[in-house]
Write a protein that binds this ligand. Structure first.
Ligand code: ZN
Ligand code: MN
Length: 502
């Protein structure tokens, strides 16, 4: 039986849990000196340590610890004064030592939170996602399945192994269970990953490119009947590689679980793989319990004991908390709640701020980015930051409109030209001939022509019937190809016909 999303949320409460793996952008790997540059020839960035040769000894990368602490601090976590690495034992063809160095019961960051805001039926609403832990570990190598149609192992003729990724430092950020999101669970999951991505980018600790795998999200979802206390069985959808997919994966899993439960079947605790083409997941492996990994303390590494002075030094370098920053900007720009939410939803805050910092009026900067430029972005199905128009272009356009050198109508054409790659605003104005006709004698000549072509209309205006002036103004605007300032035309026209312009 096929259920709609509305059927699901009428009966069940979803509970989320999100795990995000972040590849740090350190120059060298977690436990050896090998380079971490992305895209190198396979197996050229390896050594006995990251290949897992017997007897090779790992050494912790200090910069990676620093990044982990920064991430913990930004997520309001406690930084453990003492933490240890463990061996997590499992077999993976791209992990030759058959264990991954990770952190188990003594992670470096614990008990934090991240606030995310989403648009609900009742307006913007904030959800607090509590963080259980953030720990350090190493990445595995990569299997490339060759000869098949899909690039997956099924149907492949053979597989190749690339160990360049083996040993790249990762921080895994694990949330506590997130109940209480109700029908907004998919949006909250997406907003959490988006917010995390922004924070990590602002910390400068990772490239956070989901499509390149430097930020990977595993979404845990379970359902329970509304009012039920016990948690349902969860499934874990692995390595979802875009923000949109996070939302789709959670929604899809909620529907799949509800269909099983309604049919009296059981949800199997397992990992699942998200399929971009269908928005559905397919079964992966049945999920190990923690005890299956046979964790034990890594005997080759000393504990990590960051001293308080180091932690405080790092805390002092943190960028402004995103929630506080939003509040500050909203106050500085006097933006109503609803428009602020629209700006955040459109991911336009940074770009508007950059435009304002270049001297543009906040309301006008916001208006262009969320209006005309967003419209073009929607048409092209890209985000505004992907369009080839910069904050400095928009700041320049805003200034020209304020000075009266451009009308709004002309400004729209300039924006279109810049986005089409016709050059900077000044070049577009020049090549398209978009300057406002502010030469009064040229305007007066156009007004005379309008009056001569519509003498009866002009007569009505002379007799005090002001609304009739619209047709004449329209004719002047047409005559000047829309490059005149309509308000100025009106003023001149009415004055010329012996009427006051207010
Ligand atoms: Zn190495
Ligand atoms: Mn992990």
């Amino acid at each position: 039986m096929s259920l709609t999303y509305e059927d699901v949320i009428a009966k069940y409460e979803p509970v989320l849990g999100l795990e995000v793996h972040v590849e740090l952008n350190t120059k060298s790997k977690m436990f050896c000196g090998c380079s971490t540059i992305f895209g190198a020839e396979p197996n050229t960035q390896t050594c006995p340590v990251c290949l897992g040769m017997p007897g090779a000894l790992p050494v912790v990368n200090e910069k990676a610890i620093e990044s982990a602490i920064l991430i913990g601090l930004a997520l309001h976590c406690d930084i453990a004064p003492y933490s240890r690495f463990s061996r997590k034992n499992y077999f993976y063809p791209d992990m030759p030592k058959n264990d991954q160095i990770s952190q188990y019961d003594e992670p470096i960051c614990i008990n934090g939170y991240l606030d995310v805001e989403i648009e609900t039926d009742e307006g913007p609403k904030q959800f607090r996602v509590e963080i259980e832990r953030a720990h350090m570990e190493e990445d595995t190598g990569k299997s490339l399945h060759m000869g098949g149609a899909t690039g997956r192992i099924h149907g492949a003729d053979y597989s190749l192994l690339d160990f360049n990724r083996a040993g790249i430092p990762l921080v895994e950020i694990v949330t506590k269970i997130v109940p209480g999101t109700g029908k907004y669970a998919p949006e909250v999951a997406k907003a959490y990953v988006a917010e995390l991505q922004k924070i990590l980018r602002s910390l400068g600790v990772s490239d956070v490119r989901m499509e390149q795998g430097s930020l990977r999200c595993d979404a845990n979802v379970s359902l329970r009947l509304i009012g039920e206390k016990t948690l349902g069985t969860r499934s874990e959808t692995k390595n979802v590689n875009s923000l949109r997919s996070v939302e789709r994966a959670v929604r899809g899993e909620m529907i799949r679980h509800a269909e099983l439960l309604n049919d009296g079947k059981k949800v199997v605790q397992e990992t699942r793989h998200f399929q971009e083409e269908t928005g559905l997941t397919r079964s992966g492996r049945s999920k190990e319990q923690a005890e299956d990994y046979r964790y034990f303390p890594e005997p080759d590494l000393v504990p990590v004991e960051p001293n308080a002075a180091w932690i405080e030094k790092l805390r002092a370098t943190l960028p402004e908390d995103p929630t506080k920053r939003r509040k500050r900007l909203q106050a500085e720009w006097s933006v109503p709640d609803k428009e602020m939410a629209a700006m955040i939803n459109a991911d336009a805050l940074d770009i508007v701020e950059a435009t304002v910092n270049l001297g543009a009026d906040p309301a006008r900067a916001r208006g262009w980015w969320l209006g005309e430029i967003s419209r073009i972005a929607n048409e092209k199905e890209v985000s505004i930051s992907e369009l080839s128009i910069s904050p400095s272009d928009v700041a320049e356009i805003v200034t020209l409109v304020e000075k009266g050198d451009l009308t709004d109508k002309l400004a729209r054409q300039v924006i279109e030209g810049v986005i089409n790659g016709e050059g900077k605003p000044a070049q577009v104005i020049e090549s398209r001939g978009l300057k406002v006709v502010s030469d009064e004698s040229a305007l007066m000549a156009a007004i005379e022509r309008a009056i001569a072509s519509q003498p009866e209309t002009a007569e009505k205006v002379r007799n005090g019937h002001i609304p009739a002036a619209g047709a004449l103004i329209g004719a002047v605007m047409k005559d000047t190809k829309g490059q005149a300032d309509a308000a100025r035309v009106r003023e001149l026209l009415l004055g010329h016909l012996g009427q006051s312009s207010d």
